[in-house]
Design a protein around this ligand. Structure first.
Ligand code: NAI
Length: 337
């Protein structure tokens, strides 16, 4: 099947080419570097399948162009699908597929890397060491053992983070409107309600999807309930956190550490080399100025195993759609509910 793969980076070719080449009937992949939106959608003309990533904009105008040009399948190479107007896709007869799980370990391990780096100031120590400065002032951390970690969203990733943090002898509490008590108990955690999670956690880690319900879940009111000096980690989706409220929380000292792998307006920032440009997003630029904020550019998924899993599942979705008219992992409009 002819596939237009948008937002192509070198690592996409390195994972998709071998996986596609190993198929009995490889697909005809057209790599497009541009991000997909209503303007670039024309590049998919003649391609029944479009493959999109997290910062492609699959809003109604883009989907209308794709449908008019004959595209029938949107194969997301991500788990999240908050960037797709599913109602518009359904109206236009476009089938949407995703990669529901590719390596929950990759994201969970990056989350824990952020916790450790922020706590023990590894990023600062590295920069100092490069200058021959081995002083310890400003590098003071805390023992993780005995601390309380609050997990928001106990799906595949959240449960993995819970399991790893129990290995540090942390107390793990969690909140999820769709709890799985047996799964959480199996990794040594317990459910609490949302206010209790905010009030009791020394570290809060976000692992829920971005939906209308979770948009700005962490806002000024939530931050006001958090412990003084709390650590907040977001590897889920940027829109779950109100960035302006986060800045206020950092300025007041309520929030002691922030680790962000995602950002509300990351589409114009991440996966791009902006090192010779002025960053135009003042909120993001302000976040970067705090010494206790660590930002990675949507990197949590970026392991060899995850990339291979994404390529395999995406291609399997496309093959299944070609053979049967239905992908292996469809996303339906009901998912929004
Ligand atoms: P999952 O679907 O297995 O689990 C999500 C959990 O969040 C579910 O248990 C759900 O009930 C829960 N949830 C829904 N609304 C909630 C709310 N209001 N409060 C608390 N929990 C809520 O998803 P998975 O695979 O664990 O991924 C979680 C999120 O991580 C994804 O939705 C995606 O946005 C993000 N992600 C980030 C990546 C990165 O590279 N930074 C890579 C992959 C996923």
């Amino acid at each position: 099947m002819k596939v237009a793969l948008f937002s192509t980076h070198r690592f996409d070719r390195q994972s998709f080419d071998p996986a596609n080449g190993a198929l009995p009937a490889p697909h005809d992949i057209h790599y497009v570097e541009a991000r997909l939106d209503a303007h670039s959608a024309i590049l998919a003309a003649g391609h029944p399948a479009v493959c999109a990533f997290v910062n492609d904009r699959l809003d109604a105008p883009a989907l209308e162009v794709l449908a008019a040009q004959g595209t029938r399948l949107i194969a997301l190479r991500s788990a999240g699908f908050n960037h797709v107007d599913l109602a518009a896709a359904a109206r236009l007869g476009l089938v949407v597929a995703r990669v529901p799980a590719y390596s929950p370990d990759a994201i969970a391990e990056h989350t824990v890397a952020m916790i450790l780096a922020l706590n023990r100031k590894i990023h600062k120590a590295y920069a100092r060491g490069r200058e021959g400065n081995f002083t310890l002032d400003g590098l003071l951390g805390f023992d993780l053992r005995g601390r309380t970690v609050g997990i928001v969203g106990t799906g595949k990733i959240g449960l993995n983070v819970a399991r790893i943090m129990r290995g540090f002898d942390c107390t793990v509490i969690a909140h999820d409107p769709f709890p799985d008590a047996a799964a959480l108990a199996a990794v040594g955690g317990t459910y609490v309600d949302w206010p209790a999670l905010l009030e009791r956690s020394d570290i809060i880690s976000l692992h829920c999807p971005l939906t209308p319900d979770t948009h700005h879940l962490v806002d000024a009111a939530a931050i006001a309930r958090m412990k003084h000096d709390v650590m907040l980690i977001n590897t889920s989706r940027g829109g779950v956190v109100d960035s302006r409220a986060l800045i206020d929380g950092l300025k007041s000292g309520r929030i002691g550490h922030v680790g962000l792998d995602v950002y509300e307006e990351e589409g114009d920032l991440f996966f791009t080399d902006l090192s010779d440009q002025a960053i135009q997003d003042d909120v993001f630029a302000r976040l970067l100025t705090f010494p206790n904020v660590l930002v990675t550019g949507h990197q949590a998924f970026f392991t060899r195993e995850a990339l291979a899993g994404i390529a395999d599942t995406t291609l399997a979705n496309i093959t299944a759609f070609e053979m049967t008219g239905a992908p292996l992992h469809p996303v339906s409009v009901e998912k929004l509910a």
